[in-house]
Structures are given as C-alpha cells and as structure tokens.
Design a protein around this ligand. Structure first.
Ligand SMILES: NC(=O)c1ccc[n+]([C@@H]2O[C@H](COP(=O)([O-])OP(=O)(O)OC[C@H]3O[C@@H](n4cnc5c(N)ncnc54)[C@H](O)[C@@H]3O)[C@@H](O)[C@H]2O)c1
Length: 368
C-alpha cells in the first residue's frame, strides 16, 4: 500500500467535525496526526496524536505535510502566514477571507505562494458535477448557452451563530454560499463573467445574472426561505438543443440533440448507510428527516449524523488535498480562484446596492 500522507486540521467546529475530520479519518491514505482548536472539548475522542490550541505548533511539526483550515474566515491570515513560513500546502474553507480589501491583501501576501492554497469549493469534486461537466464539454459548447443554478435552503435550521451573522448582522449569503456557485460556474465555463446584476433581498434571497464570454448566461437563484424537506440544489444547462439537469447531487439527466437520453443516479447516505434511489425517493427521505427535526437538534444546528447526506464532493475534495500535500498534484482551486469568487461576490453585492448591472474584469484586477 502507498505511504500515508500526514495531515493536521485547524478549526474543528461544527462543519469540520461533521465532514472533514470523518472524511480524513476514513481515508486509508491519510494519517490525521493533529487537531487544533481554541476550544478542544471532545477532540481527544478522535484519537489523534496531538490536540492543541496553538496553530503554529501544528504547522511547525516536521511530520505534518499539509494543513486543513476550517475556521471561519477570521483566522485565515494567521494560517496563510504560517503556510508561507513553513511552506506547507494549506486547504482553507470558503470564503477565502472577508471583504474586497482583505481579498486583495491576501493576494498580495500569497501571490508568490498561490499554489500552496487550496480553497474549499467542494461541488466540482462531486460525481454528479464531474459527469455534468463531461456532458457539457461534449454536447453544449456551441454558444448561446443558458445555465440556471438554484440553491435555496432553510435558514430556520441553521446553527444560531450563522443565523445571527446573516440575518442580524446582514453578512451576505452571496459571500457565505453563492461563492460556491461562482466557482462552480468557472469550473464549467473555464472563464470569468464580464458582468453581474443582482436583484432581490440583498444579504439573502437573490437572483444573480452573470454574462460570460462565448454567449453563456448564468442565472443563480439563491435563498434561505425554502423548506429543507425540498431539495436545495438544482442545475440546468441548456445549449446546442441539449439539456443537462442535475437534481440535488442525486440524479443527472442529459437529453441530447442526437436523440440520446442519459439518466445517472448517485449515492447519498443516511447515518453512514448508502442509498442509490434516484431523486424521488431521495426527496421522500429528505421530507421524513425535515419533519422529524426536534427543537434540541435545532438548538445545536448541525444534523450531519442523521440527515440524508447527498454527495457534494467533500470526501473527494479531501483526497484531492491529500494528493496536493503529498506533492502528487498542484492545487486545483488556488489562491486566485478563491480570490476571484470573492471579488465576484462583492461586486454582486455592489450591483444590488446600486441597483445596476456591473461590468467586470476579474483576471485583469487579479493580474492573472
Ligand atoms: N464547504 C462547505 O460545504 C461548508 C459548509 C459549512 C461551512 N463551511 C465553512 O466552514 C468554516 C467553518 O464553519 P463552521 O460552521 O464549522 O464554524 P464553527 O464556528 O462551528 O467552527 C470554527 C472553529 O474554528 C475555531 N477557531 C477559530 N479561531 C481559531 C484559531 N485561531 N485557532 C484554532 N481554532 C480556531 C473555533 O473555535 C471553532 O471551533 C466557514 O468558513 C464556513 O464558511 C463550509
């Protein structure tokens, strides 16, 4: 068996404990040596050699080959400084950081080390998006393409700290969530939008229109006023008289102009048990879960142990990062990719504030 790659994690909060830590622990090619958080309660249970509150101790360990940072964006600069100092690949959760000014500061600071950074936009690693992109490249690239992405969740179920940030402090879900989709559209189109226009609620519940070179128009419908009993995400690509429809990471349909019809189904899990049922049964299970959520669970705000978990590519993303840390492959989503998603997010917010379409030149601004 190949040699294991030794990794550490900084910022072991709700999302990380529900996703990255279990995914790293179940990867036979990973040795998860160290966990770091300001609050170490419960971290001993994972059985790693090191549990610490000191980020630098983790980076300085000569055995650690790469670090996963799943803090909120506030601690990213400290992590990036350490990645640079110890020249270690660093996976940072999205968003890269807060604000346009901080984004350009991050780019200045890490420009020479852009490949050390891997920004955690997981969706493109999902089996459904991999197949959708293949179908797109094979069938839909002849121009006049429209892409619709729906991403609408239920803010009522969020952890309280996230609800307070978005609803009370008005931190925009365009930064928190839609950056995922901005990056995904780059994954499909391989290019950057030339304009953005945002309408709707502002910090939540927006419709964002992006125009890309090559006659590609994208509409993202993003919100938080839905019900979690209904699937959160939907992708539709129309081009060259072909439609590619992706239903919440569980089913993909391709209806081709040559008479082909493809339907692929993708596994989802409930409490670790895998199911492949297609979208209708997956939706029934989602509704069952949603209608059984208790007030105690809502107070905690994370449901990973029993919600139907569709495959959004989180485990494949960690395996990809392992390969980066082992020096096998370069970062697929580097500093500039993370910065581009952020710049687009802040311009989308500006478009809403100014109630007008904004022209963009993201590669020019980033100097790439
Ligand atoms: N990719 C996805 O699908 C996805 C989903 C949810 C959240 N996220 C992202 O994950 C990140 C974390 O979100 P969360 O909901 O788990 O937040 P959280 O607040 O539950 O977790 C953050 C953790 O970081 C720790 N921390 C803060 N500063 C630290 C420091 N200097 N050193 C060590 N630890 C420190 C905190 O104590 C906390 O435990 C955010 O950036 C969020 O956007 C990504």
């Amino acid at each position: 068996m190949a040699e294991k790659t030794t990794l550490g994690v900084v910022g072991c909060g709700g999302f990380c404990r529900g996703n990255h830590i279990p995914n790293l622990l179940s990867n036979p090619l990973v040795r998860l040596k160290s966990l770091c958080d300001l609050n170490t309660d419960g971290l001993e249970e994972y059985g790693t050699d090191v549990v610490t509150t000191d980020m630098e101790e983790l980076f300085a360990d000569p055995e650690i080959q790469g670090v996963v940072c799943a803090t909120k964006p506030d601690a990213r600069f400290e992590a990036m400084e350490l990645a640079k100092k110890f020249r270690k690949p660093l996976f940072v959760e999205k968003p890269l950081c807060w604000g346009e000014e901080q984004t350009f500061k991050a780019v200045d600071m890490m420009r020479e080390h852009s490949g050390l950074i891997f920004v955690g936009f997981n969706r493109e690693f999902s089996p459904l998006m991999q197949d959708a992109k293949k179908a797109f490249l094979e069938r839909c690239t002849s121009g006049n393409t429209t892409i619709i992405y729906r991403i609408i969740g239920e803010s009522y179920l969020w952890p309280q700290h996230h609800y307070t940030a978005v609803v009370d402090r008005k931190e925009s879900t365009i930064v928190h969530e839609v950056t995922h989709i901005f990056r995904l559209m780059h994954f499909f189109t391989g290019t950057y939008p030339v304009s953005v226009n945002t309408s709707g609620g502002g910090n939540m519940d927006n419709i964002i229109t992006l125009e890309y070179p090559g006659d590609i128009t994208v509409v993202i419908i993003a919100g938080d006023n839905s019900n979690a009993g209904f699937p959160k995400e939907y992708l539709e690509i129309n081009g060259n008289h072909t439609t590619i429809a992706g239903y919440n990471f569980t089913e993909l349909e391709v209806t081709g102009n040559d008479g082909t019809f493809i339907r692929n189904r993708y596994a989802y899990t409930i409490a670790g048990k895998p199911y492949i049922t297609g979208r209708i049964e997956a939706e029934e299970r989602k509704r069952e879960f949603r209608f059984s959520v208790t007030e105690e669970e809502r107070a905690y705000g994370y449901y990973y142990h029993r919600q139907p978990k569709v495959d959004k590519g989180h485990s494949q993303e960690m395996e990809f990062f392992r390969r980066c840390a082992a020096g096998i492959t370069p970062s697929p989503i580097n500093l500039f990719d993370g910065a581009a998603a952020n710049i687009l997010a802040y311009r989308a917010i500006k478009s809403h504030k100014q109630a007008q379409r904004i022209a963009l030149n993201i590669p020019g601004e980033l100097g790439i």
